[in-house]
Design a protein around this ligand. Structure first.
Ligand code: AMP
Length: 273
């Protein structure tokens, strides 16, 4: 992979890289299509990164439909799919990790200790191997998108991070590889995540500026679904992820919840005028 991307770089080709864990859905495919429209060569990486899963998380059962992924990636415009084994990425003796500071500490970082260290480490490796001109990530994983942007900027990696909007099912559920784990009943109840975010956004647009009020309403809504266990709801500055009391500027509304055994996250960005 490294030799191939170096050669492409030397030929002056623009390389668009889309890092994924596979089980591709329309969210990933929108990133691939965008990459195809802005680059000469599109590389999709598929790697279920063991370092970013906690010991009680779903690494073993995470879906890995590789031949379907290859078909979908190619149809969306991928030229190269890089799907290394864990042993190729982390050979015996591997002992380096990359950590981004404050941005990694709150929210998902607190709920999933070590998660963002795993993400930052593998993204650093993947960009070294693929030499991107542009890297495409989804707003769906908002904190991760900020961390990757910070990381590549801090390490002077000469590429641009393009953060693309969250792709949703027609009823509003954010697309996720983990949605396949939901039973039909859980799938219906999971809608409360996007609904509670939209309700909060509507309240902000109607003039509410107190985070405590907005969060109380979000929590109440989410708790109304019996199979949904709220893991966290927050309203933060969209650039720093610092919690806000009285909303101003650009804010991110974040939620995380467990629906049955499946952990889902969602967010919305709102410009508070
Ligand atoms: P994953 O395979 O879940 O690690 O995601 C790979 C990339 O796709 C990440 O940059 C995600 O933020 C992005 N992604 C995942 N779901 C969506 C979605 N529903 N809409 C847009 N991007 C997404």
């Amino acid at each position: 992979m490294a030799a191939m991307s170096r050669r492409l770089q030397q030929q002056g080709r623009r390389l668009g890289v889309v890092p994924t864990m596979g089980a591709l859905h329309e969210g990933h495919l929108s990133l691939i299509r965008r990459a195809a429209s802005q680059n000469d060569v599109v590389i999709v990486t598929i790697f279920v990164n063991p370092l970013q899963f906690g010991p009680r998380e779903d690494f073993a059962r995470y879906p890995r439909p590789l031949s379907r992924d290859l078909r979908l990636a190619q149809a969306a415009g991928a030229d190269i799919v890089f799907a290394p084994s864990a042993a190729a990425i982390y050979p015996a003796g591997f002992q380096t990790s990359v950590e981004v500071g404050a941005l990694s500490q709150g929210w998902e970082g607190r709920a999933r200790p070590g998660h963002f260290r795993g993400v930052a480490t593998v993204v650093t490796l993947l960009v070294h191997l693929t030499q991107p001109t542009n890297v495409y990530v989804g707003q769906k994983d908002y904190q991760q998108a900020l961390i990757i942007t910070r990381l590549l900027h801090d390490l002077r990696v000469p590429c641009r991070v393009r953060v693309r909007p969250t792709v949703r099912e027609p009823d509003g559920l954010a697309m996720s590889s983990r949605n396949v784990f939901l039973t039909p009943r859980q799938r219906r109840q999971a809608l409360i995540l996007s609904r509670s975010l939209r309700a909060a956004r509507a309240a902000i647009r109607a003039g509410e500026r107190r985070a405590s009020r907005l969060l109380a309403a979000m929590r109440r809504r989410i708790r109304s679904e019996p199979d949904v266990r709220l893991d966290g709801a927050a309203i933060v500055d969209a650039a720093t992820l610092e919690p806000q009391q009285v909303l101003r500027g650009r804010v991110a509304l974040l939620v995380a919840a467990r629906v049955g055994r499946t952990r889902l996250i969602d967010n919305l960005l709102v410009d508070v005028s």
